[in-house]
Design a protein around this ligand. Structure first.
Ligand code: TYD
Length: 142
């Protein structure tokens, strides 16, 4: 079930690429990620001391790609934490619903491309970490 997801459900997926001495192409087609993309956005011009994220989603799947530069993604499922560095445009991080995430340590010029399974819905966010921990503990009882 979505809300029971663990940090270990968040995996790095390879993005198929067409290598070419003139420059490579990375292509994300349907089979690459386990959801249909309804929204695409990107973070850019992020100061090196800034932190993004700091929330979880109830239903949203996301796929994060460092299309340029690098940044760290800290994942937390209410019990375990894991920090993953994204720094390759042909690898992406799948984040399942019910995972707290914080993004920081952005390199100069880093761009974080995000494919999302839903349009923007503020009600899908859990922005308070205590509320998130309660959400996870209640859900794992049921
Ligand atoms: P938020 O998702 O909290 O940013 P991040 O997780 O990258 O730090 O969004 C920041 C603000 O932007 C918030 O007011 C909601 C708004 N927003 C939209 O209106 N649409 C979107 O698709 C996204 C991602 C954010």
């Amino acid at each position: 079930m979505k809300h029971l997801s663990k940090v270990t459900d968040c995996t790095i997926l390879d993005i198929p690429k067409i290598k070419d001495p003139r420059g490579n192409i990375a292509v994300i087609e349907e089979a690459v990620i386990p959801f249909s993309t309804k929204r695409v956005y990107y973070l850019y011009d992020v100061p090196s001391d800034a932190s993004r994220g700091g929330h979880a989603h109830k239903n949203l799947y996301q796929f994060l790609i460092a299309v340029s530069g690098s940044f760290d993604v800290m994942l937390y499922d209410g019990a375990d934490r894991q920090t993953i560095t994204l720094n390759k445009p042909d690898k992406g991080l799948l984040i399942t619903p019910g995972i707290w995430r914080e993004l920081d340590n952005f390199s100069s010029g880093a761009v974080c491309l995000v494919l999302a399974s839903e349009v923007y819905i503020e009600e899908d966010y859990i922005r308070d970490i205590t509320a998130f921990e309660l959400f996870k503990s209640r859900r794992s009882d049921s």
